[in-house]
Write a protein that binds this ligand. Structure first.
Ligand code: SF4
Ligand code: SF4
Length: 171
């Protein structure tokens, strides 16, 4: 008798348990990590940094802005050692991502291209270095007040986010 095919699995290389964030959250009794974005904008500003994007992501942003890819590259991006990055603009908060909008919603900082933001932005705060251990998670918390608040994100969802991080942007 032949071995039946393995069931379809979209995340075949991800471990299923045994990491520190598999532990049960004390308050909710569920495994995982708590996170809810407060829209503070901290992760989109600060000292000079990179918001890298793929060619497909660049095309999607250009389409959203209703401009050509060439114009998008010229007006909104810069070259960095880790590839093309979105440009920044100087504000009282630091160097904001060029798409960070602090006017639209009073007291909040929102992404002006939210639905088409690059994977690097989508996977925050579950980048590989932040998930290395509780100490790194606590370090990330100093920037991101949404960490350890809100609903528990299940471990497998965290692993998928980590696996989708295009590179480990802080390391
Ligand atoms: S693209 Fe949006 S989410 Fe990403 S850094 Fe810029 S403003 Fe923030
Ligand atoms: S730093 Fe955290 S809470 Fe603030 S905008 Fe970014 S993800 Fe949201």
């Amino acid at each position: 008798m032949s071995t039946p095919p393995a069931p379809f699995n979209t995340t075949p290389n991800l471990p299923t348990s045994g990491e520190w964030f598999d532990e049960v959250d004390r308050e909710t009794g569920k495994p995982g990590l708590r996170f809810k974005c407060t829209m503070c904008g901290n992760c989109c500003t600060g000292p000079e940094g990179y918001v890298n994007f793929s060619e497909d992501e660049g095309r999607a942003i250009a389409k959203r802005l209703k401009i050509s890819v060439e114009e998008f590259n010229r007006e909104y991006t810069k070259k960095t050692p880790s590839g093309p990055s979105l440009k920044e603009k100087q504000t009282q908060f630091g160097l904001d991502c060029i798409f960070l909008d602090r006017e639209k919603v009073p007291g909040k900082a929102v992404c002006g291209i939210y639905e088409d933001r690059p994977a690097q932005c989508r996977t925050w705060p579950f980048w590989p270095w932040m998930l290395r251990g509780r100490r790194e998670w606590e370090r990330a918390k100093k920037t991101c007040p949404g960490i350890d608040t809100g609903p528990v994100i299940p471990p497998q969802k965290i692993r998928i986010q980590r696996a989708n991080t295009p590179h480990d942007p802080d390391r």
